[in-house]
Design a protein around this ligand. Structure first.
Ligand SMILES: *Cc1c(COP(=O)(O)O)cnc(C)c1O
Length: 393
């Protein structure tokens, strides 16, 4: 090369983010009572309204005991990928229990939800196919579509008619439709019956990522498909994660034996990575069992959600259209969201500001989540503090 390559400099990138109020800073969190919602953020005590531990299972005694016992028996690391010697009895048992739970033929466990989506989409999409995704899909579904090499189409959020028009225009090749079940930043549900009907009429394959619905929605906590009474016929691929309502770590895809075996053969994020620690699989089995045995946890978090909305509405707080434990408070500007979040922290509540690129420009918000571990008084005090923080100065 006659001319040296241009140097890479990070300073301007960071300064630009800073000037637009978009520079992220991590906070160090400590928990003195892990079974409660009380945390310390940079040394300040507050109530955590950001965790995805909807059912309070992350520190459930049976989940902790299963984790510790399994670590004693199997050690900590899985030692290899699933296709070498990493696939152990705890993983196998978890897969079978999840297949029974979801009513599907087979399940495959991935190390994270991000990897499950990358692996699923890439393995699923044949050459010449097109991928259609909701405009507000989780980043991992979007990245899965990009990695698949297929032509990508994003349809307007929740718009089944727009999806159907786009599908009808496709001239050749297979079509795969990807959507969150519960949208992670807005808490609203995908219109799955209408999406499934469009897919059926147009011959498209529908995959749903139910990271936030599993354990929370449906008459028995089976998630968004149970909520809408949809089955494998309408939604042949279902993704779920363990890091949200189940309180552990990892993820799965459920489907037909053929679909799952295809993932074993072709999902690169499954083949080329170390298996989940077997103790995490054991803890997840315990969490799944508790979620089924203690339906009051689901009822409690949904009742708290209704209570929060009722109090917030009465206080004039701008709510979204969500009936799930994810409750966005739309503020618009990134600065407003950060300022309100800081004001809440001073009053003893941790609610993060969500800004671009996680959400579209102009839709910065607070995103708060409710959990079984919150007390009524926590929710009442939160709403009072929110009303104060949002009141014009
Ligand atoms: C959290 C989340 C994921 C990622 O799951 P991880 O196990 O945390 O990697 C995927 N999809 C959705 C919709 C999520 O909310």
């Amino acid at each position: 090369m006659a001319v040296p390559a241009a140097p890479i400099s990070f300073g301007p990138v960071l300064a630009d983010l800073e000037s637009r109020g978009l520079r992220r800073r991590r906070r160090t969190v400590q928990r003195r009572k892990p079974e409660s919602a009380e945390i310390e953020v940079d040394g300040q005590r507050c109530v955590d309204f950001c965790s995805n531990d909807y059912l309070g299972l992350a520190a459930h005694p049976e989940v902790i005991a299963a984790f510790i016992d399994a670590a004693r028996i199997h050690g900590v690391g899985a030692r290899a990928s699933h296709l070498i010697t990493g696939h152990q009895a705890e993983h196998e048992a978890l897969e079978q229990e999840l297949a029974a739970f979801t009513g599907r033929e087979r399940v495959i466990v991935f190390s994270t939800g991000y990897m499950a989506n990358l692996g699923l989409v890439r393995a699923l999409v044949p050459r010449g196919a097109a991928v259609y995704g909701d405009a507000l899909n989780h980043a991992s579904l979007i990245d899965g579509g990009r990695l698949s090499g297929a032509a990508l189409h994003r349809y307007p959020h929740g718009d089944a008619a727009a999806l159907e028009r786009a599908l009808a225009e496709q001239e050749s090749g297979a079509a795969v439709v990807l959507t969150d079940g519960v949208f992670s930043m807005d808490g609203d549900l995908a219109p799955l019956p209408a999406l499934a009907a469009s897919c059926k009429r147009q011959g498209a394959f529908l995959a749903v990522d139910d990271a936030h619905g599993l354990g929370v929605l449906g008459a028995t906590g089976r998630g968004v498909l149970e909520h809408f009474r949809l089955t494998e016929l309408e939604v042949p691929a279902l993704v779920g994660t363990f890091g949200k309502a189940l309180g552990t770590f990892g993820a799965f895809v459920a489907g037909s034996a053929e679909l799952i075996d295809t993932l074993v053969q072709r999902a690169r994020t499954y083949m080329y990575t170390t298996a989940l620690p077997p103790a995490v699989a054991a803890a997840t089995r315990a969490a799944l069992a508790v979620s089924v045995a203690e339906p009051w946890r689901r009822e409690r978090v949904l009742a708290l959600t209704r209570r929060f909305r009722q109090l917030a509405r009465a206080a004039g707080i701008p709510l979204g259209a969500s009936e799930t434990p994810i409750q966005p408070i739309l503020l618009g500007g990134a600065d407003d969201a950060v300022r309100t979040s800081n004001a809440l922290l001073e009053r003893g509540f941790f609610v993060t500001a969500i800004r671009p690129p996680t959400v579209p420009a102009g839709t910065s918000r607070l995103r708060l989540t409710l959990s079984t571990v919150h007390r009524d008084i926590d929710v009442e005090n939160l709403v009072a503090s929110l009303a104060e923080a949002l009141a014009p100065a």
